[in-house]
Design a protein. Structure first.
Length: 164
């Protein structure tokens, strides 16, 4: 089982600083609105990318998903000869689209349903993600709105969030 996320991976203070920096960078009008609030204001908004933020990218989940993508491509995408060929096709498209399903659709692979793709490529998040009381307490302690973002469908993203 993967080790749990600790403050040695990323300090809570640096995470909060990064969130503030992203908020200030959005626009000058947002800068003025942000500067009018203090840290205890309930109107703060935090956005987290699930992959590598709320759980460490080093836990192997992304690598496992990627391996399942290449296996899926050999089964579901006509003309994909093997895993090495799948990796090559994926790399070229991912550089442009930064999302695997979009890459496959842009390459003309239309013979499978989106849900079939998600079910086979994301797998069971619990195999790599473990609950972490420290992370949960930190996020729960942030006053304001909290949003998670992920490049997969909502049900798969929720499976990741439910673990921690």
């Amino acid at each position: 089982m993967a080790p749990s996320w600790t403050t040695t991976d990323v300090s809570h203070r640096s995470m909060k600083r990064a969130a503030r920096a992203r908020a200030r960078a959005r626009s000058s009008s947002m800068d003025d609105a942000y500067d009018a609030h203090d840290d205890d204001d309930d109107t703060m908004t935090y956005a987290f990318d699930l992959d590598g933020t709320l759980y460490p990218i080093s836990n192997g989940y992304e690598d496992a998903c990627r391996a399942r993508v290449f296996e899926f491509m050999t089964r579901a995408c006509a003309g994909v000869r093997d895993v090495a060929h799948a990796r090559e096709i994926w790399r070229r498209g991912f550089e442009k689209y930064n999302q695997t399903l979009r890459t496959l659709r842009a390459a003309g692979y239309e013979t499978f349903e989106d849900e079939e793709y998600w079910a086979q490529t994301r797998g069971d998040a619990r195999t790599h993600l473990t609950p972490n009381a420290e992370t949960r307490a930190f996020v729960a302690g942030l006053r304001g709105r909290k949003y998670g973002a992920c490049a997969c469908v909502r049900v798969r993203a929720c499976a990741c969030v439910c673990v921690w």
